[in-house]
Design a protein around this ligand. Structure first.
Ligand SMILES: C[S@@+](CC[C@H](N)C(=O)[O-])C[C@H]1O[C@@H](n2cnc3c(N)ncnc32)[C@H](O)[C@@H]1O
Length: 241
């Protein structure tokens, strides 16, 4: 069973634990980098419960499709769609093996590429993403910051159990401080490894987007400053020629 089939039951507690980061850094940075989506065809891979797919649809995307390897996460996404229809379609697919579902202008991959368990899987993910993009289409992907400072991560609600001297693609555990704690196994992909993998799949103009933030109260400014200095996620942008 996919690890997120189990975590799906704890999703609202997980969201609460990482809320400050999501609200003040992750979402503002993503939408700043994304720009207008009006009329665009968007594929959200590793869409989870559809948070980003729904936000992109609300911002005027022409067509939005979400995929995830966890049937439980897709069930949650479909429940949200049934509750408030936005026309988003969802399918259960692994990114590394998903079919070509159409011609998309944009693929978003939020916190998913770091689940690739080896280089062949990561290459498969990049190749399958490329095959779903039109020429000139863009990939915008949040990836775990492999070298995030452990103490800083704890401050944001994550416990990073990362042995020293990890090699490319090696597994390590990230635990979110819910009750009971929610652990996920992720893989060690540095920004350099990810850039290389995306370029190998034929993407060009590969770069790392600036992290930005929304405004916070004076009380929260120091916490925000620590987060910006040491973000748990990094934002990769690349184009298919
Ligand atoms: C951290 S969650 C992010 C969900 C969503 N993108 C968000 O940010 O709210 C990671 C998601 O990636 C999915 N996932 C992990 N590995 C995957 C794979 N190989 N193919 C498709 N989905 C995958 C998990 O099931 C989970 O829903």
């Amino acid at each position: 069973m996919a690890q997120y089939d189990i975590l799906a039951k704890q999703l609202s507690d997980i969201e609460k634990a990482i809320h400050f980061y999501r609200e003040h850094v992750e979402l503002p940075s993503f939408f700043h980098a994304l720009g207008p989506v009006n009329g665009k065809r968007v594929l959200d891979v590793g869409c989870g419960d559809g948070l980003y797919a729904r936000l992109v649809a609300q911002r005027g995307a022409g067509q939005v499709v979400g995929t995830d390897s966890s049937s439980e996460m897709i069930r949650l996404a479909e429940a949200a769609e049934a509750d408030q229809p936005l026309g988003v379609l969802y399918h259960v697919h692994d990114v590394a093996t998903m079919p070509t579902m159409g011609e998309f202008d944009l693929v978003i991959a939020v916190n998913v590429l770091h689940y690739a368990d080896n280089r062949a899987t990561l290459d498969g993910m990049c190749e399958r993403i490329s095959s779903n993009l039109v020429s000139g289409g863009r990939l915008l992907a949040y990836v775990g910051n492999a070298d995030v400072d452990r103490e800083a991560a704890r401050d944001f609600g994550f416990i990073v159990d990362r042995p020293a001297d990890l090699g490319e693609g090696d597994p390590f555990t990230v635990t979110i401080r819910t009750n009971p704690p929610a652990s996920v196994q992720v893989h060690y992909w540095t920004a350099t490894s990810l850039t290389r993998a995306v370029e190998s799949a034929g993407f060009t103009r590969v770069g790392w987007e600036e992290m930005t933030h929304s405004s916070v109260s004076d009380d929260a400014a120091a916490r925000l400053g620590r987060l910006l200095k040491n973000p748990p996620g990094l934002l990769l942008s690349a184009y298919k020629e």
